[in-house]
Design a protein around this ligand. Structure first.
Ligand code: FAD
Length: 484
């Protein structure tokens, strides 16, 4: 029987036209499928005008539209509150069902509920599909049926479930059902320029769109075997840098997991492939943690840690500003913050080091750091960012124990031994040798001056003394000692 329905696919965190669950289901269940992306003013109004992520989205949408046109469809782009725009467009086009990928962020859940309610009043259905993660919500549970709060047993159960249900990784084809796309009418309308929606245009911060993702993945695959070692050294190109692509769905998580699993099984990825697969599982883990414990958005995963009293007031504000601007006097921390500020990316090791420094050396609330990262990171993702921050602050599930405190100098000598990464962002320290560069305040002033560095002029003296800060942190966390 011919299906006469009209569908609208609402693209959000899935800016691709292959292996796409909502698009696949819409094409298979409807006669005419329209596609929309909304530059959502409910989110955009909070962002700076030169936000790098907008440039990435803009370039990715252009590719998505080109690909949809190749398949016989096209992309409608709207600018406004998504809550209103989607409902209005559905009404305008006489849509019977809107299809989208499930989004587990609490604000997205609220938005989707509001949209579904409005659509229902107009006899229009709203369907969501798992598309961003491999296993969601309560799909991976403990033997007793509980939700995991420790990663390793979660990972083992995740792998077991995947082995039992390999169809989870099956692709959701789009091209095979492309005849259901509603064709463009009239001359192709240009997508809105970033200036049209109040943002500055420019090059995206990394190769954008489906092509960018695939090219980066292919390049990374050739380095996969060494990932287990290389991933810890920020001066090396040892990680995939695919996080922003995963965030915006320009690649498919199923495609990446399938490839990693095949490399593990065939042995072609060396030991690196299984380590990399674990990182992708961390992503699922934190998405699950958020969906099952939405209180983590505001509070500690472990309630006892809400009793920790963080530093506040003018001095804390000044230290926070020094941290944000890369002026703490700890070269690895500062170079990392400059990498973040200048590129929108920060290496995972450095995210751990800088988050630990903010919370345990400066005693500043992890939520302030989390918010700063959220504004700066190209790959900002609430679940992983919150998970990473609560891990570093020891307030999260399966977190770093509170009494284990990274020493920023030891981290520097271990993970940037020759100071290559530091020199990239702090050229004023370039003449210091591999030993001096990690802690310039320990170098005699005349030696420093010979190398062109005067502390306080060319580079700050440390804003805190690590051993004393460590002691204060142990005292600060004493409130949880009895509970944990
Ligand atoms: P790769 O090493 O190539 O890993 C592949 C993918 O696995 C990543 O792209 C990412 O999707 C996932 N992944 C890797 N490590 C983690 C992890 N620890 N937790 C969850 N997923 C992981 N990641 C984000 O995607 N968005 C964030 O906002 C974010 N904020 C973080 C904040 C802090 C304080 C910390 C400690 C970590 C954060 N991470 C975040 C995790 C991690 O740092 C990044 O995913 C990683 O650095 C991205 O680089 P990559 O793509 O080269 O990773």
């Amino acid at each position: 029987m011919m299906n006469l329905s009209k569908s609208l696919v609402w693209f959000r965190r899935d800016l691709r036209a292959f292996d796409h669950a909502p698009l696949h289901h819409a094409l298979r269940s409807s006669q005419q499928v329209y596609c929309v992306f909304v530059y959502d003013t409910d989110i955009l109004d909070e962002l700076p005008k030169d936000d790098r992520r907008l440039r990435f989205i803009h370039a990715s949408l252009a590719q998505l539209d080109t690909e949809l046109r190749r398949l016989g469809g096209y992309l409608i782009v709207r600018h406004g509150s998504a809550r209103d725009e989607v409902v209005a467009l559905a009404e305008e086009l006489g849509i019977d069902a809107v299809h989208a990928g499930t989004d587990h962020e609490p604000s997205a859940i609220a938005r989707d509920l509001a949209v579904a309610e409005q659509l229902a009043k107009r006899n229009c259905a709203f369907h969501t599909y798992k598309d961003q993660v491999i296993f969601e919500k309560q799909e991976v549970l403990t033997l007793a049926g509980g939700v995991f709060s420790v990663f390793t047993p979660y990972k083992n159960a995740w792998l077991k479930r995947l082995a039992a249900h390999p169809e989870t990784l099956a692709t959701y084809p789009v091209d095979a059902h492309a005849d259901a796309f509603a064709p463009p009418t009239g001359a192709p309308a240009a997508l809105p320029a970033l200036e049209d929606i109040g943002f500055t245009s420019g090059e995206p911060p990394l190769p954008a769109g489906m092509d960018g993702a695939e090219a980066m993945f292919e390049a990374f695959v050739t380095e996969m075997a060494d990932y287990g070692r290389a991933r810890d050294f920020p001066a090396e190109e040892g990680t995939s840098r695919l996080s922003a692509h995963l965030r915006f769905g320009t690649t498919s998580i199923r495609h990446l997991v399938r490839s990693a699993r095949d490399m593990v099984q065939s042995g072609t990825g060396g030991t690196g492939a299984s380590v990399w697969l674990s990182e992708l599982i961390w992503r699922d883990f934190y998405a699950m943690v958020l969906s099952q414990n939405p209180h983590v958005v505001e509070r500690s995963f472990k309630p006892a840690f809400d009793a920790v009293e963080w530093e506040t007031g003018a001095e804390a504000d000044a230290l926070f500003a020094a941290w944000c601007e890369g002026r703490t006097g700890y070269p690895l921390v500062d170079a990392a913050m400059l990498q973040l500020n200048q590129t929108g990316f920060m290496h995972n090791r450095l995210r751990m080091v800088t988050a630990s420094f903010l919370t345990k050396d400066l005693g500043i609330d992890w939520r302030r750091g989390e918010r700063y990262f959220a504004r700066q990171l190209n790959d900002y993702e609430l679940a992983s960012n919150n998970g990473g921050w609560q891990w570093a602050a020891s307030t999260g599930c399966d977190a770093q124990p509170w009494f284990r405190i990274f020493n920023p100098v030891t981290q520097s000598t271990r993970f940037d031994a020759r100071g290559e990464f530091i020199r990239r962002y702090l050229p004023q320290l370039a003449k210091l040798d591999g030993k001096q560069i990690h802690a310039p305040w320990l170098v005699k002033p005349d030696v420093l001056a010979e190398r062109g560095v005067v502390l306080g002029r060319d580079y700050p003296a440390p804003v805190v003394e690590h051993d004393a800060a460590r002691q204060r942190t142990l005292e600060r966390f004493a409130v949880v000692k009895k509970v944990v």
